[in-house]
Design a protein around this ligand. Structure first.
Ligand SMILES: Nc1ncnc2c1ncn2[C@@H]1O[C@H](COP(=O)(O)OP(=O)(O)OP(=O)(O)O)[C@@H](O)[C@H]1O
Length: 387
Protein backbone atom coordinates (compact mmCIF):
# COMPACT_ATOMS: atom_id res chain seq x y z
CA UNK A 1 0.00 0.00 0.00
CA UNK A 2 1.20 3.51 -0.76
CA UNK A 3 0.06 6.43 1.35
CA UNK A 4 0.77 10.12 0.80
CA UNK A 5 0.30 12.35 3.84
CA UNK A 6 0.24 16.06 3.06
CA UNK A 7 3.20 15.70 0.76
CA UNK A 8 4.71 18.77 -0.89
CA UNK A 9 7.67 19.35 -3.13
CA UNK A 10 9.23 22.72 -3.74
CA UNK A 11 12.29 22.55 -6.00
CA UNK A 12 15.38 24.57 -5.03
CA UNK A 13 14.52 27.23 -7.62
CA UNK A 14 11.22 27.84 -5.83
CA UNK A 15 8.95 25.88 -8.18
CA UNK A 16 6.13 24.19 -6.29
CA UNK A 17 5.69 20.90 -8.14
CA UNK A 18 3.12 19.40 -5.78
CA UNK A 19 1.34 20.78 -2.79
CA UNK A 20 -0.40 19.05 0.11
CA UNK A 21 -0.96 15.70 -1.58
CA UNK A 22 -2.89 13.18 0.50
CA UNK A 23 -4.12 9.94 -1.01
CA UNK A 24 -3.77 6.24 -0.61
CA UNK A 25 -3.39 3.41 -3.09
CA UNK A 26 -4.58 0.08 -1.69
CA UNK A 27 -2.62 -3.12 -1.98
CA UNK A 28 -3.12 -4.69 -5.40
CA UNK A 29 -4.73 -1.54 -6.75
CA UNK A 30 -3.72 0.18 -9.98
CA UNK A 31 -3.98 3.95 -9.68
CA UNK A 32 -3.38 6.15 -12.68
CA UNK A 33 -2.10 9.70 -12.28
CA UNK A 34 -3.31 11.82 -15.16
CA UNK A 35 -3.05 15.49 -15.98
CA UNK A 36 -1.46 18.00 -18.32
CA UNK A 37 2.27 18.45 -18.74
CA UNK A 38 4.03 19.93 -15.73
CA UNK A 39 1.25 19.27 -13.21
CA UNK A 40 3.49 17.21 -10.93
CA UNK A 41 2.75 13.58 -11.86
CA UNK A 42 6.35 12.50 -12.35
CA UNK A 43 7.46 14.33 -9.22
CA UNK A 44 4.77 12.45 -7.27
CA UNK A 45 5.94 9.12 -8.62
CA UNK A 46 9.66 9.71 -8.15
CA UNK A 47 9.13 10.61 -4.52
CA UNK A 48 7.92 7.04 -3.95
CA UNK A 49 11.27 5.50 -4.81
CA UNK A 50 13.19 8.48 -3.40
CA UNK A 51 14.67 9.63 -6.68
CA UNK A 52 13.17 12.92 -5.47
CA UNK A 53 12.78 13.83 -1.79
CA UNK A 54 9.64 15.64 -0.63
CA UNK A 55 10.07 18.97 1.14
CA UNK A 56 7.07 18.38 3.41
CA UNK A 57 4.80 15.57 4.54
CA UNK A 58 5.58 11.88 4.42
CA UNK A 59 5.07 8.83 2.26
CA UNK A 60 4.41 5.37 3.63
CA UNK A 61 4.92 2.15 1.70
CA UNK A 62 3.40 -0.86 3.46
CA UNK A 63 3.00 1.26 6.56
CA UNK A 64 6.67 2.21 6.67
CA UNK A 65 7.83 5.82 6.39
CA UNK A 66 10.14 5.61 3.40
CA UNK A 67 12.28 8.51 4.64
CA UNK A 68 13.64 5.98 7.11
CA UNK A 69 14.37 3.29 4.54
CA UNK A 70 17.70 3.14 2.75
CA UNK A 71 16.91 4.35 -0.81
CA UNK A 72 18.81 1.52 -2.49
CA UNK A 73 17.01 -1.09 -0.45
CA UNK A 74 13.71 0.71 -1.07
CA UNK A 75 14.20 0.71 -4.85
CA UNK A 76 14.72 -3.03 -4.89
CA UNK A 77 11.22 -3.42 -3.49
CA UNK A 78 9.77 -1.11 -6.11
CA UNK A 79 9.71 -1.94 -9.80
CA UNK A 80 10.15 1.06 -12.08
CA UNK A 81 9.09 1.22 -15.73
CA UNK A 82 9.81 4.32 -17.78
CA UNK A 83 9.01 5.36 -21.30
CA UNK A 84 12.55 5.15 -22.64
CA UNK A 85 12.79 1.75 -20.98
CA UNK A 86 16.48 2.27 -20.17
CA UNK A 87 17.70 -1.20 -21.10
CA UNK A 88 21.45 -1.77 -21.06
CA UNK A 89 22.40 -1.86 -24.75
CA UNK A 90 25.32 -4.23 -24.35
CA UNK A 91 23.47 -6.80 -22.32
CA UNK A 92 21.17 -9.42 -23.73
CA UNK A 93 17.45 -9.22 -23.14
CA UNK A 94 17.71 -12.11 -20.67
CA UNK A 95 20.48 -10.43 -18.67
CA UNK A 96 18.66 -7.11 -18.75
CA UNK A 97 15.60 -8.82 -17.30
CA UNK A 98 17.70 -10.56 -14.63
CA UNK A 99 19.32 -7.28 -13.50
CA UNK A 100 17.43 -6.75 -10.25
CA UNK A 101 17.35 -10.37 -9.06
CA UNK A 102 21.12 -10.46 -9.66
CA UNK A 103 21.52 -7.19 -7.73
CA UNK A 104 19.63 -8.52 -4.76
CA UNK A 105 21.98 -11.48 -4.65
CA UNK A 106 20.13 -14.26 -6.42
CA UNK A 107 22.37 -16.97 -7.88
CA UNK A 108 22.95 -16.44 -11.60
CA UNK A 109 21.08 -19.57 -12.68
CA UNK A 110 18.07 -18.72 -10.53
CA UNK A 111 18.04 -15.09 -11.71
CA UNK A 112 18.14 -16.23 -15.35
CA UNK A 113 15.45 -18.84 -14.85
CA UNK A 114 13.25 -16.16 -13.29
CA UNK A 115 14.05 -13.77 -16.14
CA UNK A 116 13.04 -16.40 -18.71
CA UNK A 117 9.79 -16.97 -16.84
CA UNK A 118 9.04 -13.24 -16.84
CA UNK A 119 9.82 -12.83 -20.55
CA UNK A 120 7.39 -15.63 -21.23
CA UNK A 121 4.80 -13.90 -19.05
CA UNK A 122 5.02 -10.68 -21.07
CA UNK A 123 4.68 -12.61 -24.32
CA UNK A 124 8.30 -12.84 -25.44
CA UNK A 125 9.64 -16.35 -26.08
CA UNK A 126 12.83 -16.45 -23.97
CA UNK A 127 14.54 -18.80 -26.43
CA UNK A 128 14.03 -16.39 -29.31
CA UNK A 129 14.35 -13.04 -27.57
CA UNK A 130 16.50 -13.83 -24.51
CA UNK A 131 19.81 -13.89 -26.42
CA UNK A 132 19.03 -10.74 -28.47
CA UNK A 133 20.25 -7.25 -27.68
CA UNK A 134 17.80 -4.39 -27.09
CA UNK A 135 18.61 -2.84 -30.49
CA UNK A 136 17.33 -6.03 -32.13
CA UNK A 137 13.81 -5.55 -30.74
CA UNK A 138 10.84 -3.46 -31.83
CA UNK A 139 9.69 -0.58 -29.63
CA UNK A 140 6.78 -2.61 -28.28
CA UNK A 141 9.03 -5.56 -27.50
CA UNK A 142 11.48 -3.32 -25.66
CA UNK A 143 8.60 -1.96 -23.64
CA UNK A 144 7.63 -5.51 -22.66
CA UNK A 145 11.19 -6.22 -21.57
CA UNK A 146 10.96 -3.09 -19.42
CA UNK A 147 7.85 -4.50 -17.73
CA UNK A 148 9.44 -7.96 -17.34
CA UNK A 149 12.54 -6.42 -15.81
CA UNK A 150 10.51 -4.36 -13.35
CA UNK A 151 8.61 -7.47 -12.25
CA UNK A 152 11.61 -9.81 -12.11
CA UNK A 153 12.40 -9.47 -8.41
CA UNK A 154 8.66 -9.70 -7.64
CA UNK A 155 8.41 -6.26 -6.01
CA UNK A 156 5.10 -5.53 -4.30
CA UNK A 157 4.99 -2.02 -5.79
CA UNK A 158 5.33 -0.95 -9.39
CA UNK A 159 5.84 2.60 -10.64
CA UNK A 160 5.15 3.17 -14.33
CA UNK A 161 5.87 6.50 -15.98
CA UNK A 162 4.21 6.75 -19.41
CA UNK A 163 5.13 3.08 -19.92
CA UNK A 164 3.32 2.77 -23.24
CA UNK A 165 4.09 6.23 -24.52
CA UNK A 166 6.77 5.43 -27.08
CA UNK A 167 4.77 3.09 -29.32
CA UNK A 168 2.10 3.54 -31.96
CA UNK A 169 -1.57 3.48 -30.91
CA UNK A 170 -2.24 -0.10 -32.03
CA UNK A 171 0.75 -1.56 -30.20
CA UNK A 172 -0.08 0.68 -27.29
CA UNK A 173 -3.55 -0.73 -26.91
CA UNK A 174 -2.18 -4.26 -27.13
CA UNK A 175 0.45 -3.55 -24.46
CA UNK A 176 -2.20 -1.98 -22.24
CA UNK A 177 -4.42 -5.04 -22.53
CA UNK A 178 -1.52 -7.40 -21.97
CA UNK A 179 -0.49 -5.47 -18.91
CA UNK A 180 -4.03 -5.56 -17.53
CA UNK A 181 -4.25 -9.32 -17.83
CA UNK A 182 -0.80 -9.62 -16.30
CA UNK A 183 -1.88 -7.37 -13.44
CA UNK A 184 -4.94 -9.57 -12.88
CA UNK A 185 -2.49 -12.37 -12.02
CA UNK A 186 0.34 -10.54 -10.24
CA UNK A 187 -1.83 -7.96 -8.40
CA UNK A 188 0.89 -5.39 -7.74
CA UNK A 189 0.21 -2.04 -6.16
CA UNK A 190 0.73 0.19 -9.18
CA UNK A 191 1.09 3.92 -9.76
CA UNK A 192 0.89 4.65 -13.47
CA UNK A 193 1.55 8.12 -14.84
CA UNK A 194 -0.01 9.15 -18.12
CA UNK A 195 -1.14 12.36 -19.76
CA UNK A 196 -3.76 10.46 -21.74
CA UNK A 197 -7.21 10.33 -20.15
CA UNK A 198 -8.19 7.33 -22.33
CA UNK A 199 -5.26 5.37 -20.96
CA UNK A 200 -6.01 6.50 -17.41
CA UNK A 201 -9.62 5.34 -17.75
CA UNK A 202 -8.77 2.05 -19.36
CA UNK A 203 -6.01 1.08 -16.96
CA UNK A 204 -6.95 2.52 -13.59
CA UNK A 205 -8.93 0.96 -10.77
CA UNK A 206 -8.89 4.56 -9.65
CA UNK A 207 -7.72 7.74 -11.34
CA UNK A 208 -6.07 10.76 -9.76
CA UNK A 209 -6.81 13.75 -11.97
CA UNK A 210 -4.14 16.41 -11.44
CA UNK A 211 -4.61 20.11 -11.71
CA UNK A 212 -1.59 22.29 -11.09
CA UNK A 213 0.37 20.54 -8.33
CA UNK A 214 -2.68 19.01 -6.70
CA UNK A 215 -5.21 16.26 -7.16
CA UNK A 216 -8.61 17.55 -8.22
CA UNK A 217 -10.34 14.18 -7.99
CA UNK A 218 -9.29 10.68 -7.00
CA UNK A 219 -11.96 8.13 -7.80
CA UNK A 220 -13.01 5.24 -9.99
CA UNK A 221 -13.05 5.84 -13.75
CA UNK A 222 -16.84 5.55 -13.76
CA UNK A 223 -17.18 8.21 -11.05
CA UNK A 224 -14.65 10.56 -12.65
CA UNK A 225 -16.43 10.29 -15.99
CA UNK A 226 -19.91 10.23 -14.48
CA UNK A 227 -19.59 12.98 -11.94
CA UNK A 228 -16.50 15.12 -12.34
CA UNK A 229 -15.76 16.80 -9.01
CA UNK A 230 -14.83 20.19 -10.46
CA UNK A 231 -15.33 22.10 -13.71
CA UNK A 232 -11.61 21.57 -14.35
CA UNK A 233 -12.03 17.77 -14.21
CA UNK A 234 -15.14 17.96 -16.41
CA UNK A 235 -13.16 19.86 -19.00
CA UNK A 236 -10.17 17.56 -18.73
CA UNK A 237 -12.16 14.34 -19.17
CA UNK A 238 -13.87 15.91 -22.15
CA UNK A 239 -17.34 16.44 -23.46
CA UNK A 240 -17.50 12.90 -24.84
CA UNK A 241 -17.28 11.29 -21.44
CA UNK A 242 -20.56 9.48 -22.12
CA UNK A 243 -18.69 7.66 -24.86
CA UNK A 244 -15.65 7.08 -22.69
CA UNK A 245 -17.96 5.41 -20.23
CA UNK A 246 -18.30 2.64 -22.77
CA UNK A 247 -14.70 1.72 -22.00
CA UNK A 248 -15.26 1.36 -18.28
CA UNK A 249 -18.65 -0.34 -18.18
CA UNK A 250 -18.36 -4.09 -18.37
CA UNK A 251 -20.82 -6.53 -19.87
CA UNK A 252 -22.67 -8.49 -17.22
CA UNK A 253 -24.80 -11.58 -17.71
CA UNK A 254 -27.89 -9.55 -16.75
CA UNK A 255 -27.34 -7.30 -19.74
CA UNK A 256 -27.91 -10.10 -22.19
CA UNK A 257 -30.81 -11.20 -24.26
CA UNK A 258 -31.35 -14.90 -24.67
CA UNK A 259 -32.43 -15.46 -28.23
CA UNK A 260 -33.71 -18.83 -29.43
CA UNK A 261 -30.93 -21.31 -30.08
CA UNK A 262 -30.60 -23.97 -32.76
CA UNK A 263 -27.97 -26.72 -32.88
CA UNK A 264 -25.83 -27.12 -35.97
CA UNK A 265 -26.63 -30.82 -36.38
CA UNK A 266 -30.36 -30.82 -35.56
CA UNK A 267 -32.96 -31.25 -38.32
CA UNK A 268 -33.86 -27.92 -39.89
CA UNK A 269 -37.57 -28.77 -39.79
CA UNK A 270 -37.52 -29.28 -36.01
CA UNK A 271 -35.75 -25.95 -35.46
CA UNK A 272 -38.16 -24.22 -37.87
CA UNK A 273 -41.16 -25.54 -35.95
CA UNK A 274 -39.69 -24.39 -32.66
CA UNK A 275 -38.99 -20.88 -33.94
CA UNK A 276 -42.46 -20.64 -35.43
CA UNK A 277 -44.00 -21.63 -32.09
CA UNK A 278 -41.95 -18.95 -30.35
CA UNK A 279 -42.71 -16.36 -33.00
CA UNK A 280 -38.95 -15.85 -33.45
CA UNK A 281 -37.45 -14.57 -36.70
CA UNK A 282 -33.97 -15.92 -36.13
CA UNK A 283 -31.89 -18.09 -33.85
CA UNK A 284 -28.30 -18.28 -32.75
CA UNK A 285 -26.64 -21.43 -34.05
CA UNK A 286 -24.33 -23.32 -31.76
CA UNK A 287 -21.86 -25.97 -32.84
CA UNK A 288 -20.07 -28.63 -30.90
CA UNK A 289 -19.81 -28.10 -27.13
CA UNK A 290 -22.05 -25.07 -27.38
CA UNK A 291 -19.49 -23.04 -29.35
CA UNK A 292 -20.84 -20.15 -31.41
CA UNK A 293 -21.26 -21.00 -35.08
CA UNK A 294 -23.51 -18.20 -36.31
CA UNK A 295 -27.17 -17.55 -36.84
CA UNK A 296 -30.06 -18.68 -38.98
CA UNK A 297 -33.18 -16.90 -40.17
CA UNK A 298 -36.55 -18.55 -39.43
CA UNK A 299 -37.71 -18.28 -43.04
CA UNK A 300 -34.47 -19.86 -44.33
CA UNK A 301 -35.12 -22.78 -41.97
CA UNK A 302 -38.70 -23.02 -43.17
CA UNK A 303 -37.54 -23.18 -46.82
CA UNK A 304 -34.88 -25.82 -46.08
CA UNK A 305 -35.07 -29.25 -47.64
CA UNK A 306 -36.65 -31.92 -45.40
CA UNK A 307 -33.32 -33.72 -45.05
CA UNK A 308 -31.30 -30.62 -44.19
CA UNK A 309 -29.82 -29.93 -40.80
CA UNK A 310 -29.62 -26.43 -39.35
CA UNK A 311 -26.05 -26.27 -40.67
CA UNK A 312 -27.17 -25.85 -44.30
CA UNK A 313 -29.11 -22.58 -44.07
CA UNK A 314 -27.01 -21.26 -41.13
CA UNK A 315 -24.73 -18.26 -41.66
CA UNK A 316 -21.36 -17.81 -39.97
CA UNK A 317 -21.05 -15.09 -37.37
CA UNK A 318 -17.78 -14.05 -35.82
CA UNK A 319 -18.91 -11.13 -33.72
CA UNK A 320 -18.41 -12.16 -30.12
CA UNK A 321 -16.89 -10.82 -26.93
CA UNK A 322 -16.10 -12.44 -23.60
CA UNK A 323 -18.39 -11.62 -20.68
CA UNK A 324 -16.77 -8.92 -18.56
CA UNK A 325 -15.38 -7.15 -21.61
CA UNK A 326 -16.05 -3.41 -21.82
CA UNK A 327 -19.15 -2.28 -23.71
CA UNK A 328 -16.83 -0.44 -26.07
CA UNK A 329 -15.42 -3.74 -27.28
CA UNK A 330 -18.92 -5.06 -27.98
CA UNK A 331 -19.79 -1.88 -29.82
CA UNK A 332 -16.58 -2.18 -31.84
CA UNK A 333 -17.43 -5.76 -32.83
CA UNK A 334 -20.92 -4.69 -33.95
CA UNK A 335 -19.46 -1.98 -36.15
CA UNK A 336 -16.69 -4.14 -37.55
CA UNK A 337 -19.03 -6.99 -38.50
CA UNK A 338 -21.86 -4.67 -39.40
CA UNK A 339 -23.99 -6.73 -37.03
CA UNK A 340 -27.12 -5.91 -35.04
CA UNK A 341 -25.88 -7.94 -32.08
CA UNK A 342 -22.81 -9.63 -30.66
CA UNK A 343 -22.65 -12.96 -28.93
CA UNK A 344 -21.27 -12.96 -25.40
CA UNK A 345 -19.30 -16.01 -24.33
CA UNK A 346 -18.03 -17.27 -21.02
CA UNK A 347 -14.95 -19.21 -22.08
CA UNK A 348 -16.35 -21.27 -24.96
CA UNK A 349 -19.90 -21.22 -23.52
CA UNK A 350 -22.54 -19.06 -25.20
CA UNK A 351 -24.32 -16.87 -22.65
CA UNK A 352 -26.54 -14.64 -24.73
CA UNK A 353 -26.39 -11.68 -27.06
CA UNK A 354 -25.90 -7.99 -26.58
CA UNK A 355 -28.06 -5.79 -28.79
CA UNK A 356 -27.78 -2.01 -29.22
CA UNK A 357 -30.84 -1.58 -26.99
CA UNK A 358 -29.27 -3.73 -24.28
CA UNK A 359 -26.03 -1.84 -24.67
CA UNK A 360 -27.86 1.38 -24.06
CA UNK A 361 -29.54 -0.13 -20.99
CA UNK A 362 -26.20 -1.33 -19.63
CA UNK A 363 -24.84 2.16 -19.97
CA UNK A 364 -27.78 3.50 -17.99
CA UNK A 365 -27.26 0.83 -15.36
CA UNK A 366 -23.69 1.98 -14.95
CA UNK A 367 -24.82 5.56 -14.53
CA UNK A 368 -27.50 4.58 -12.02
CA UNK A 369 -25.07 2.43 -10.07
CA UNK A 370 -22.77 5.34 -9.66
CA UNK A 371 -22.41 5.79 -5.94
CA UNK A 372 -22.84 9.51 -6.03
CA UNK A 373 -25.71 9.49 -8.46
CA UNK A 374 -25.29 11.30 -11.73
CA UNK A 375 -27.92 13.33 -13.45
CA UNK A 376 -28.86 11.46 -16.60
CA UNK A 377 -28.71 14.68 -18.52
CA UNK A 378 -25.01 14.84 -17.75
CA UNK A 379 -24.28 11.79 -19.81
CA UNK A 380 -24.60 12.31 -23.48
CA UNK A 381 -26.50 9.20 -24.49
CA UNK A 382 -27.39 10.61 -27.85
CA UNK A 383 -23.78 10.70 -28.89
CA UNK A 384 -23.59 7.00 -28.02
CA UNK A 385 -26.72 6.11 -29.95
CA UNK A 386 -25.68 8.19 -32.95
CA UNK A 387 -22.09 7.00 -33.09
N1 LIG B 1 14.50 19.69 -10.97
C1 LIG B 1 13.55 20.60 -11.08
N2 LIG B 1 13.75 21.88 -10.74
C2 LIG B 1 12.79 22.81 -10.81
N3 LIG B 1 11.55 22.56 -11.24
C3 LIG B 1 11.26 21.30 -11.62
C4 LIG B 1 12.24 20.26 -11.56
N4 LIG B 1 11.67 19.10 -12.00
C5 LIG B 1 10.39 19.43 -12.31
N5 LIG B 1 10.15 20.73 -12.09
C6 LIG B 1 8.88 21.46 -12.28
O1 LIG B 1 7.90 20.89 -11.44
C7 LIG B 1 6.63 20.86 -12.07
C8 LIG B 1 6.12 19.43 -12.11
O2 LIG B 1 6.96 18.64 -12.94
P1 LIG B 1 6.68 17.10 -13.23
O3 LIG B 1 7.80 16.57 -14.04
O4 LIG B 1 6.38 16.42 -11.95
O5 LIG B 1 5.36 17.21 -14.10
P2 LIG B 1 4.59 16.11 -14.95
O6 LIG B 1 3.17 16.25 -14.60
O7 LIG B 1 5.20 14.78 -14.77
O8 LIG B 1 4.81 16.65 -16.42
P3 LIG B 1 5.04 15.84 -17.79
O9 LIG B 1 3.73 15.20 -18.11
O10 LIG B 1 5.37 16.95 -18.74
O11 LIG B 1 6.15 14.89 -17.57
C9 LIG B 1 6.87 21.47 -13.45
O12 LIG B 1 6.51 22.82 -13.39
C10 LIG B 1 8.35 21.33 -13.68
O13 LIG B 1 8.85 22.34 -14.50
Amino acid sequence: MIRFEQVGKVYPDGTTAVDDLSFEVAEGELATLVGPSGCGKTTTMMMVNRLIEPTSGRILVDGEDIARVDPVRLRRRIGYVIQQVGLFPHRTVLDNTATVPALVGWKKAKARARAAELLDLVGLDPKTYGPRYPAQLSGGQRQRVGVARALAADPPVLLMDEPFGAVDPVVRERLQNEFLSLQATVRKTVLLVTHDIEEAVRMGDRIAVYGQGRIEQFDTPAAVLGSPATPYVAQFVGADRGLKRLSVTRIEPDDLEEPPVARLGEPAAAAAARLRAQGARWAVVLGEHGALHGWVAADALARADGRDTVGEPARRMDAWVPVGAPLKQAFGEMLQHDAGWVAVLDGPRFLGVLTPAKLHEALRRSVDADARGVGRDEVDFDSVADA
